[in-house]
Write a protein that binds this ligand. Structure first.
Ligand SMILES: CC(C)(COP(=O)(O)OP(=O)(O)OC[C@H]1O[C@@H](n2cnc3c(N)ncnc32)[C@H](O)[C@@H]1OP(=O)(O)O)[C@@H](O)C(=O)NCCC(=O)NCCS
Length: 173
């Protein structure tokens, strides 16, 4: 497999293969706070919602999906409309080959172009890979919610990281 990932806009047809990338992080880790794996239909619906106002990107190597990154609502109250929560998942056998960096670089650029001013990532601790990755992408740590999630019988802190995407925003949208 070559190293260079091609980034594409997700489609609903990607739901099934992207869910297989996501599944082990739900079933075997606390990286995702989901306790049960969503159905392909639920997952496709998440892609559809993201594509309406934010973004959902897929990384492919040799035509095979190996990772995805997307923007989701940070909070739903209207004053939060210029802020977005970002996430990225890469298939376990292609870690540390630049896939997440390629995905996030494009995602953050697209979200900035859409008018989002702030990107936030919540990392369930411990997750050295995600923390190292986000710091490397220019995010800064802004605080920790102690013992905010419980999975597999233990509490997890969530560390929040922030990156400013743009300073000028329109108050008309
Ligand atoms: C975090 C994750 C997305 C990184 O994906 P990746 O494709 O392996 O990352 P990249 O190869 O693009 O790495 C880019 C940089 O991130 C940092 N990084 C990546 N993995 C790291 C690790 N295990 N430890 C420390 N830093 C790491 C490094 O600075 C790296 O640059 P370098 O390889 O030149 O040193 C991947 O480990 C993953 O899918 N983890 C599980 C899901 C997850 O935690 N998602 C984030 C939820 S908040």
């Amino acid at each position: 497999m070559s190293n260079s990932a091609i980034i594409r806009k997700a489609t609903l047809e990607h739901a099934s293969c992207l869910l297989e990338i996501y599944r082990p992080y739900i079933e075997h880790t606390a990286v995702s706070f989901e306790l049960t794996v969503p159905t392909v239909e639920e997952f496709a619906q998440r892609i559809a919602v993201a594509l309406e106002t934010k973004d959902w990107l897929v990384a492919e190597i040799c035509g095979e999906a190996v990772g995805f990154a997307y923007g989701a609502a940070h909070r739903t109250r209207a004053a939060y409309r210029h802020s977005v929560e970002t996430s990225v998942y890469v298939r376990q056998d292609v870690h540390r080959r630049g896939v997440a960096r390629t995905l996030y670089t494009q995602l953050l650029e697209n979200l900035s172009s859409l008018g989002f001013a702030n990107a936030y990532a919540g990392i369930a601790l411990p997750n050295d890979a995600s923390k190292g990755f986000h710091l490397g992408m220019g995010f800064q740590s802004i605080g920790v919610f102690p013992r905010v999630g419980r999975k597999f019988g233990r509490w997890h802190d969530v560390e929040w990281l922030h990156k400013q995407l743009r300073v000028d925003v329109s108050d008309e949208c």
